[in-house]
Design a protein around this ligand. Structure first.
Ligand SMILES: NC(=O)c1ccc[n+]([C@@H]2O[C@H](COP(=O)([O-])OP(=O)(O)OC[C@H]3O[C@@H](n4cnc5c(N)ncnc54)[C@H](OP(=O)(O)O)[C@@H]3O)[C@@H](O)[C@H]2O)c1
Length: 279
């Protein structure tokens, strides 16, 4: 049986992926901090997919704490055998203007989204390269393709994942290990609901035009990307084009975003061609 380890598997995109792999008869290891949320996820998975509760292992651990995460992943592999697929979905977002976000907010997002992914990969990588097989899927974000107003820490953490995945892909490939990264758009999850409450209006003006995706549609595309051995997985034409041609069209995008941000700052600003934050 395929053993799939999912960090952040108790909620949102990670949970949708767990549902999908449970329905395919995989053995699942779910890792997150809240034990209660993990238990609830297992109950829901068993009810929805009819899988056995014994085929779902739960480990409460913080991905930012490397030793704890390593111990959790070791326990999962001891119980269910070597990891065939690792999906790193654990992540947090704390929107806010740079000058209002203190260093701890930056640290939390970097340590969870970036270092937490590196820790999970490190825990399975050695075994995968020795066995000559395995797949790793990192969950970045559309915010890992383009900077977004009010998301400086989050964007930094998600851009970092892209660089990590690009470099690791070259090292892992000769050993038969596949490394992938995906860039989901706004997705209907508990995190997205929480995030909306603190999303700056300037960011809402830019991102509000995109309808959020259902989590199961995002999960399907990610699982499909894993199956086909895709390095990058994109969602929708806009994000695909942004990934392929972003650097070339960035001056145009910057111009368009500046205007949208100025309008959100001050609805009359675009008539005057100035932003309130600049005055
Ligand atoms: N939703 C979107 O619009 C969207 C868009 C693009 C990318 N993403 C990315 O997709 C991933 C999943 O997001 P989501 O929207 O599904 O969020 P979610 O519903 O809040 O789920 C996040 C999961 O990560 C776990 N988690 C958070 N911090 C953790 C930590 N330090 N250690 C271990 N587990 C941790 C949470 O459980 P505990 O809190 O119990 O630990 C939960 O299981 C994230 O990486 C996010 O950045 C989301």
């Amino acid at each position: 049986m395929t053993h799939v380890i999912i960090t952040g598997g108790s909620s949102g995109i990670g949970f949708a992926l767990a549902s999908l792999y449970a329905a395919r008869g995989a053995r699942l290891s779910l890792i997150a901090r809240s034990h209660d949320l993990l238990e609830q996820a297992r109950t829901d998975l068993v009810r929805a997919s009819g899988c056995n509760a014994e085929d779902i292992r739960l480990e409460a651990a913080d991905v930012a704490a490397e030793a704890d995460l390593l111990a959790a992943i070791r326990a999962c592999e001891f119980a269910f055998g070597p990891c065939d697929i690792l999906i790193t979905s654990a992540g947090i977002v704390e929107p806010g203007h740079f000058e209002e976000s203190d260093s701890s907010a930056f640290r939390r997002q970097m340590e969870t989204n970036f270092s937490g992914t590196v820790h999970a990969v490190r825990a399975v990588y050695d075994g995968m390269t020795r066995r000559g097989r395995g797949r790793i899927m990192m969950i970045s974000s559309g915010a890992g393709l383009i900077g977004i107003y009010g998301y400086s820490a989050y964007c930094a953490s998600k851009f970092a994942l892209h660089g990590f995945a690009q470099a690791l892909r070259f090292e892992a490939r000769p050993f038969g290990v596949g490394v992938s990264v995906c860039f989901p758009p706004d997705t209907q999850t508990p995190q997205f609901q929480r995030e909306l409450a603190s999303r700056p209006p300037q960011a809402a003006t830019i991102m509000g035009t995109v309808r959020p995706w259902p989590a199961n549609a995002v999960a399907k595309r990610i699982a499909n990307g894993i199956e086909r051995g895709r390095f990058e997985v994109h969602f929708g034409a806009t994000l695909f084009l942004l990934a392929r041609f972003g650097p070339a069209v960035r001056p145009l995008l910057n111009w368009w975003f500046d205007r949208a941000i100025a309008r959100a700052d001050d609805p009359d600003a675009h008539n005057r061609g100035v932003s309130k934050r600049q005055t």
